[in-house]
Design a protein around this ligand. Structure first.
Ligand code: NAP
Length: 284
């Protein structure tokens, strides 16, 4: 299917390369135009000068931008050019409310919308092994499944519009707890003067093994925090999760503690580092 992609950041770059390999990528747009020009030269896709131009020529429009307002601004621009029947798939991590507003705007143009946030990090985006949680019409998902399959190892339909984002909030709360546990445990290991690479290797193979330890354990203990997943983006996701929890009368202490830790790191200028930069605080 003729697919246009908006947002060539850390995630979008890997995803578009996999779409190109599968023969789906027709056009790309990025706010910083140089990134779109470079990817177009590499893949043969068209680099569009505006979102409106991209929207008018695509059967499927994929979005992967930063936060709620960014998605809504992009959708407003898509609405100017979009044709009836086009399917817009947003893979950004935003609130379920934003997904429902985007769906309503596109419905006015007879276009379809799926919220389809992903998990698996930049490695998953690069390797085409992302896990995708989808909200929206199940029949629409089936129409675009061949495109989504080029970027993912697993696709789950979670329910109506917004259900994909609700599931992603579950993932982000869990990531906060895992980040707290791994960074605290490795700071403890360092204080015990253990050989840290061996600690990561042996624990990754046992009951406490997990993706974050495997992929970020050795970099954080070498004080390398290149994203990855930017800490400021996870902070944004946890604010969404905290708001959703409050709406149903839940408190999430781990989420609150992680938000406070991230706020400290962002105030020190570390917001663009990987979330494993939490190790900086644990070492103190
Ligand atoms: P990123 O590297 O910061 O890239 C953000 C992208 O969005 C850039 O292409 C940026 O354009 C574009 N953008 C931001 N605001 C825009 C706007 N108002 N209009 C048009 N384009 C805009 O972020 P990322 O890591 O790729 O993450 C993208 C989304 O995926 C986020 O919602 C994030 O929470 C989610 N996510 C990230 C990961 C991860 O591990 N990184 C994993 C799963 C999900 P410029 O190039 O011009 O700045």
């Amino acid at each position: 299917m003729k697919t246009g992609f908006i947002g060539l950041g850390a995630m979008g770059l890997g995803m578009t390369r996999n779409l190109a390999k599968a023969g789906h990528l027709a056009a790309v747009y990025n706010r910083t135009v140089e990134k779109a020009a470079a990817l177009a030269a590499e893949t043969g896709a068209e680099a569009c000068g505006s979102i409106e131009q991209l929207a008018g020529n695509a059967e499927v429009i994929m979005i992967c931008v930063s936060a709620d307002q960014d998605v809504l601004d992009v959708v407003d621009a898509v609405c100017i050019g979009v044709k009836p029947g086009t399917v817009v798939v947003d893979m950004s991590t935003v609130s379920g409310e934003t997904a429902r507003i985007a769906a309503a705007k596109l419905a006015e143009k007879q276009a379809e919308f799926l919220d389809a946030p992903v998990s698996g990090g930049v490695e998953g985006a690069r390797n085409g092994t992302l896990a995708m949680m989808v909200g929206g019409d199940a029949g629409v998902l089936e129409r675009v499944r061949p495109v989504l399959t080029a970027m993912t190892a697993r696709i789950e339909h979670m329910g109506g519009v917004g259900a994909g984002q609700a599931c992603k909030a579950v993932n982000q709360i869990m990531c906060a707890g895992i980040n707290q546990a791994v960074t605290e445990a490795l700071a403890f290991a360092a204080a015990q003067q253990l050989p840290l690479d061996k600690v990561v290797d042996v624990i990754a193979g046992g009951a406490a093994g997990n993706w974050f330890l495997q992929h970020r354990g050795k970099t954080m203990t070498n004080n390398q925090y290149a994203p990855g997943f930017k800490l400021a983006l996870h902070h944004k996701d946890l604010l969404i999760a905290e708001r959703m929890a409050a709406q149903v009368g839940l408190t999430c202490p781990l989420t609150a503690a992680t938000l406070a830790d991230y706020a400290k790191l962002m105030a020190q200028g570390y917001g663009d580092e990987d979330i494993s930069a939490l190790y900086r605080l644990k070492q103190q």
